[in-house]
Design a protein around this ligand. Structure first.
Ligand SMILES: Cc1cc2nc3c(=O)[nH]c(=O)nc-3n(C[C@H](O)[C@H](O)[C@H](O)COP(=O)(O)OP(=O)(O)OC[C@H]3O[C@@H](n4cnc5c(N)ncnc54)[C@H](O)[C@@H]3O)c2cc1C
Length: 665
């Protein structure tokens, strides 16, 4: 997401020393919990303990099945900084990061060193969810309805909605947000209003669930008297009547899931952004509620001031189960087949090569880079590519193709008062102590002061194109250090930094450019070739420019004017300074030079129908044409969602666990 470094190297190392020496003694892993003797056979073998794998292994081990979870990285609590929300960006390039890089880009990244960019991915229990910014955004209902329409049957919003609820337990007050469309969709008076605002006649099935005058029509057309229970769930005019006769709002959020979700706010600047958004017609909403169109406060998976990810909030509470074994520092190199049936995985741990067998299934949850890499190394991938690198073909599938990402462009906004969080405030003893003693204050926040989702054509029936993210951080040298810009670009921009400023990110959603992940050799430990082909589709550039035009409108609002909010130019010598300022051509140039990756990569093992030639897995997430092998992680997303990727990844894992269980019981 907002891939900046909050703290300079010097300040960072001082902070790290301070925090690690002052924090209570490190939490320790229970002795032997990750070193239980390996067996030859397990019911399920899950590869990768990240956002998805942690959930899959936890859910599959709820019964009596024996589950083995293999993770290439180490323990999630090796590094205490992973717990502290504000310091998430200090984990990029740490020993918990796979430190991937893209290849040189030919349509983008021209102000970046060597025209390449970093692709951080988490390497420890919790995976990328352990190093990410913890922002929780479900995406737009239309995203999932489109997946289903394109052949991913069973993945419409109606199908996935229960799983978004299942994983979360919200711990903030929702009463500030108004009831709206989504609730009307499911609770009607004879007519059903869809989430897109159109009205349609309720069909048989719908009449079964939505009543007219206290009667319920079953799917077979019979009428029966609605009982108490039915009156509880069936509404008149958007309200839900409980069995006690009181009216309450339909609940779109989960209350009993493992992940605690709270709202986060960095500074007072949020107030000015909210007012500015309102002036432009974007009211305050819950972006994970009935609509995404509006201004929302960022929601984060944080519990009592500490990161609550799939490692700490799913897996750790399950570690005592005798039927769940977790092995760390276990690098899976390939899957072994008998004909077209996946039977075993081969992995190395402490220099020893192991082979373990699965009675029921092998589930790959190694992420958007790891899963395609393991499949390709095992002979599942495009035939021509496997032939090139001399790997025998088990199945000819488009593994590594259709890679998708968003792109983010950072802007500096100068203001006339000191409202933002500066590096000085970050190192302020009072702030540090507030966190150490109470787990509160700026360290318990992730740096964000709200966001707006925008559809550039003002089309309420289409998903957003742009996510505008307000950061409460000053654009200072330490912030700039986090970018992969060329040194001369950084030097020039360093002269424009100012503690009286904040940062805003224009995030391009639903990008059309597509990239690839391929192998250069058969060497198991070699990094794959990542070519996202950023901005290879010129429509992405045009929509980016329109997003910047929207950003400029904020400057005209009374609210931003009251704090003197003014965008600072960021063109540098040889990087768009020769273009006429503020022409569309100038912004096209700026986008191609300065926009960066957004950490939201998906779809390298895309899901689709059985006949879809772009699909690697079917809608049950089974690798097409292969038995006993599924992929469950961000790589299976049909299309990149309209928002962040962690919540949809975890939803996929929750749903996949149910799909798998239903196959065997
Ligand atoms: C810096 C950053 C910030 C982000 N911020 C946000 C945010 O605020 N909100 C949001 O929604 N999303 C965010 N994301 C994205 C989000 O975290 C990811 O989309 C999500 O975590 C992906 O989950 P996954 O299960 O697909 O993969 P991962 O979580 O990466 O899990 C894959 C796991 O497999 C392991 N593995 C890989 N290969 C092997 C192998 N060969 N053998 C054994 N194990 C292996 C890995 O070590 C890892 O633990 C961010 C990402 C980054 C990098």
């Amino acid at each position: 997401m907002y891939n900046q470094i909050l703290i300079t190297d010097e300040v960072g190392s001082l902070l790290v020393i301070f925090l690690t020496t002052t924090l209570p003694p490190n939490e320790k892993d229970p002795p032997g919990v990750f070193d239980r003797p390996l067996e030859n056979w397990y019911d399920y073998i899950v590869v990768g303990a990240g956002s998805a794998g942690g959930i899959v292994a936890t859910r599959l081990s709820e019964g009596y099945d024996k589950v083995l979870l293999l993770e290439a990285g180490g323990s999630d609590i090796e590094n205490d900084l992973t717990k502290i929300p504000l310091l998430w960006s200090a984990l990029t390039n740490s020993n918990l990061d796979w430190k991937y890089k893209t290849v040189e880009q030919t349509h983008a990244l021209f102000a970046h060193k060597d025209e390449v960019t970093n692709w951080p991915r988490g390497k420890c229990l919790g995976g990328t969810g352990r190093i990410n910014a913890m922002g929780l955004i479900r995406g737009n209902p239309i995203d999932f309805d489109t997946w289903a329409k394109e052949g991913a049957v069973g993945w419409s919003y109606k199908d996935v909605f229960p799983y978004f609820k299942k994983m979360e337990s919200i711990a903030f007050n929702l009463s500030a947000y108004s009831e709206g469309k989504k609730q009307r969709q499911y609770h009607t008076g004879g007519k059903v209003r869809t989430s897109y605002g159109r009205k349609k006649k309720a069909g048989k099935k719908q009449r079964q669930y939505h009543t007219k005058g206290g009667k319920v029509r079953t799917s077979y057309g019979r009428k029966k008297k609605a009982g108490k229970k039915q009156r509880q769930y069936h509404t008149k005019g958007g309200k839900v009547r409980t069995s006690y006769g009181r009216k309450k709002k339909a609940d779109l959020r989960g209350r009993n899931g493992p992940l605690t979700i709270v709202e986060s706010r960095m500074t007072m600047l949020e107030y000015f952004h909210e007012q500015a958004a309102q002036e432009l017609g974007y009211n305050r909403i819950d972006c994970n509620g009935e609509t995404q169109r509006g201004f929302c406060r960022i929601q984060v998976n944080v519990k009592k001031g500490e990161r609550c990810d799939t490692a700490s909030c799913y897996l750790r509470p399950a570690l005592e189960r005798t039927n769940l074994q977790v092995h760390l520092n276990s690098y899976v190199s390939k899957i072994l087949f008998e004909g077209k049936v996946a039977r075993a995985v081969e992995f190395s741990k402490d220099g020893v090569l192991y082979k373990v067998y699965a009675r029921k299934e092998i589930i790959l949850s190694a992420g958007v880079v790891g899963s395609p890499k393991i499949l390709l190394s095992s002979g599942i991938g495009p035939k021509h590519h496997l032939n090139d690198i001399r790997i025998p073909v088990v199945a000819d599938l488009p593994v590594g193709e259709n890679l998708q990402d968003q792109m983010a462009m950072h802007f500096q906004v100068a203001i006339n008062m000191s409202l933002s969080t500066t590096s000085q405030k970050i190192t302020d003893t009072e702030n540090i102590l507030q966190y150490l003693f109470y787990r509160e204050g700026i360290y318990a926040q992730i740096g964000v002061d709200g966001m707006i989702f925008i559809n550039l054509d003002q089309n309420k029936d289409a998903p957003p194109d742009i996510q505008l993210i307000f950061l409460g951080l000053a654009y200072e040298k330490g912030f700039l250090d986090g970018f992969s810009y060329k040194e001369e670009v950084k030097e020039e921009l360093a002269n424009r930094t100012d503690p009286n400023s904040f940062v805003i990110i224009v995030n391009l959603l639903n990008a059309k450019s597509r990239g690839t992940i391929t192998l250069s050799t058969t060497c198991p430990s070699c990094k794959p070739i990542i070519d996202p082909m950023y901005l290879s589709d010129s429509d992405d550039v045009e929509r980016f420019v329109k997003g910047i035009r929207f950003l400029q409108k904020l400057q005209e609002t009374k609210s931003w004017k009251s704090i003197g909010a003014t965008l600072i130019r960021h063109d540098t010598q040889g990087h768009c300074s020769e273009e006429e300022y503020d022409k569309d051509e100038y912004w096209r140039c700026m986008v191609r030079h300065f926009a960066n990756q957004a950490n939201h990569q998906t779809s390298s093992c895309r899901m689709g129908s059985y006949s879809d030639t772009t699909a690697v897995v079917d809608p049950q997430l089974r690798v097409r044409g292969i038995k006993s092998l599924r992929v469950v992680d961000a790589s299976v997303m049909r299309n990149n969602p309209s928002g962040n990727t962690n919540a949809p990844t975890m939803m996929i894992a929750e749903k996949a666990a149910d799909l798998i269980k239903h196959c065997y019981y």
